[in-house]
Design a protein around this ligand. Structure first.
Ligand SMILES: Nc1ncnc2c1ncn2[C@@H]1O[C@H](COP(=O)(O)OP(=O)(O)OP(=O)(O)O)[C@@H](O)[C@H]1O
Length: 312
């Protein structure tokens, strides 16, 4: 598999603080890769290592087949990079600033800049210092995309954007990805990652805790139903059901984890007098948050700790 980004036991320590430990990442060329983790997990540190702005304590990173520490200039020329805190020259207009960057970089079609500014409803004639945070962020986005890079490394790109602009950004990511570019996207917003990413990596306390495709994570979403019966819970029927993987009983209510069809289950238990069905639709957020908080415990222990009802 061709990798746009590959890291090998990448490690970064800041005077006694280990920000990143033994990171082995492979980002397939042409993919949209979501990079997630709670505050302080090491996402920005990773991105600064990938873009050659920091030197690793040990290990290495390759971008588009180039060793970043050895060839930072070439890496930076070929990337599109949006830093987490985008700062530009406040006294320049968006137009003059982007012209300046385009002349430094070379290979920029000015019509691409104009189209991007139009898409993001960005007024290039205003001084950057007078723009709102969200509009400054748009200048950052335009400079990251304007030279049609093969790889985009974006640190919290939708920070400050309103929902319409967030949606526009996601459309742009999808378009460049269809065009063959790779997008490495760090984010706190799970829904946007879910909407565009093929693969996500979850980082916690400087370590990678999971890399998975969105369908793999979706398969972990637990569907729960609480069925209350008019008389005693038909425990054996529920346990024998192919639709159910877990049964806990409290009084006349069965708390279930569904693995199959809810309709089939309801038909199977209808003769036993179902009084009420409550649905708890979990979403991907629940899966992500499990990795953010206590992944080290593993699923078995978690189940035991969360057991508020007697197990049938
Ligand atoms: N220049 C630095 N000097 C000292 N410690 C640093 C430095 N940069 C980052 N750190 C530490 O490294 C760890 C990871 O920080 P990093 O900014 O990479 O996290 P993050 O995942 O990007 O967080 P956030 O989501 O809050 O932006 C933190 O403990 C942070 O305090």
């Amino acid at each position: 598999m061709e990798a746009a980004v590959r890291t090998n036991r990448l490690r970064k320590e800041f005077r006694g603080t280990v920000a990143l430990e033994g990171l082995d990442l492979v980002v397939p060329a042409g993919s949209v890769f979501g990079y997630l983790g709670p505050n302080g997990a090491g996402k920005t540190t990773t991105i600064r290592l990938l873009t050659g702005l920091l030197r690793p304590t040990s290990g290495n990173a390759e971008i588009l087949g180039l060793d970043v520490a050895r060839r930072p200039d070439e890496v930076q020329r070929r990337l599109g990079y949006l830093p987490g805190r985008f700062v530009a020259y406040a006294d320049l207009t968006g137009h003059d600033y982007l012209r300046y960057l385009a002349s430094l970089r070379g290979g920029v079609e000015w019509t691409d800049v104009e189209h991007l500014a139009e898409r993001f409803d960005l007024d290039l004639s205003r001084r950057i210092g007078q723009l709102s945070h969200g509009n400054q962020q748009k200048v950052g986005l335009v400079q990251a995309f304007m030279h049609r890079p093969e790889l985009l490394v974006l640190d919290e790109p939708t920070s400050g954007l309103d929902p319409i602009m967030q949606a526009e950004f996601l459309t742009l990511v999808t378009e460049v990805s269809r065009g063959g570019a790779t997008v490495f996207l760090s984010s706190h917003i799970l829904s946007e990652v879910e909407a565009v990413a093929d693969t996500v990596a979850i980082l916690r306390e400087g370590r990678l805790v999971r890399t998975a495709t969105i369908p793999e994570l979706r398969a972990q979403v637990v569907r729960r139903r609480d069925l209350t019966f008019t008389r005693e819970v038909p425990v054996e029927v529920l346990r024998a059901s192919a639709q159910v993987s877990e049964v806990r009983v409290h009084d006349r209510t069965a708390h279930l984890v569904l693995t199959g069809s809810a309709d089939a289950l309801v038909r199977a238990v209808a003769p036993y007098g179902v009084e009420n069905i409550e649905t708890h639709e979990a979403d991907l957020t629940e899966v992500f948050l499990r990795y953010y908080t206590d992944e080290t415990q593993g699923d078995d222990q978690r189940e035991k700790q969360e057991e508020p009802w007697p197990v049938a």
